[in-house]
Design a protein around this ligand. Structure first.
Ligand code: GUN
Length: 277
């Protein structure tokens, strides 16, 4: 089992040491629009983790019916604020707000989620700048588990802009042979079975079954889904898959904590780039 909680705790401690060594305090602004309960939980965790690392974090809560122009005005204010190094707008946004316009409004140098087209383009052309936190966290877990990526057959299940696509680009940058599979892929099970490294990011609870896993494969589960009975599960049927996998991440306690730790790292990175070490 790959213990994401432990790896994340180490990374957070490293970030805290780096923050303490700076001449200034990095600032992170997290914007939450509306009251989606899952988003509220994530935002609280991000805020708390940032403060624990010595980052000046603040959460800006805006009502669900906030007009898009007001959100854009808040972003413009934060872009101009010298004390704010990182800006994160929690997704999803209410349906009346154009998420693409909002992301494009963030100063790319403060885009600690790595979602701005300039940062996406940098990653796609192999010159990564600020990299999306979840795929960055997965790469650190693979490194920690000692997985040899160069030449390995890696399969990314899911093609979202937040996880699947950037994940594939990071694996490619690490010299893996990368396949992106998705809902239209023929023979999903067969594609998965051939993979030496499998990253599941479908958002479908326990979709990946035990017989989809090649013997000894490394399995990273990015999903977090709540079943009707209240159980928290990933995109991977853990018990079945653990029998065949060489290494596997649990849910919770796998990728989730790494996402937050990488956000802290991105914030410090953005701060140092803007202000100098
Ligand atoms: N919603 C789900 N994941 C993320 C993320 O990584 N960043 C933001 N801003 N919103 C999210």
């Amino acid at each position: 089992m790959i213990d994401g909680k432990a790896v994340a705790a180490k990374l957070r401690a490293t970030v805290a040491v780096r923050v303490a060594s700076l001449r200034f305090t990095p600032g992170l602004a997290v914007i939450l629009v509306g009251d989606d309960p899952a988003s509220a939980v994530y935002v609280r965790s991000k805020d708390r983790a940032a403060k624990e690392a010595g980052i000046a974090a603040r959460t800006i809560r805006m009502p669900a019916d906030t007009p898009e122009v007001l959100l854009l005005a808040e972003i413009a204010r934060l872009n101009a604020d010298p004390d704010t190094d990182g800006i994160l707008v929690q997704l999803p946004l209410p349906p009346h707000i154009d998420a693409v316009a909002v992301i494009e409004a963030i100063d790319p140098a403060k885009d600690v989620d790595g979602f701005h087209p300039l940062n996406v383009g940098a990653l796609a052309s192999g010159r990564p700048a600020l990299v999306p936190c979840t795929p960055a966290g997965v790469m650190k877990l693979l490194h920690h588990a000692g997985v040899q990526l160069s030449g390995a057959r890696a399969l990314v299940l899911g093609r979202s802009s937040i996880v699947g696509r950037p994940m594939a680009l990071l694996l490619l940058a690490a010299d893996a042979t990368v396949t992106i599979a998705h809902s239209r892929t023929r023979d999903l099970a067969g594609e998965c079975r051939r993979a030496e490294v499998l990253i599941a990011a479908t958002g479908r609870p326990e979709m990946v079954r035990g017989d989809w896993i090649g013997e000894g494969a490394t399995v990273i589960d990015v999903g977090i889904d709540r079943l009707p009975d209240g159980r928290l599960v990933g995109d991977v049927a853990y018990a079945e898959c653990a029998e065949r996998a060489g290494a596997i991440t649990p849910v919770p306690g796998g990728v989730g904590p790494m996402t937050i730790a990488c956000l802290l790292e991105n914030t410090v990175e953005a701060a140092v780039r803007r202000r100098g070490g």
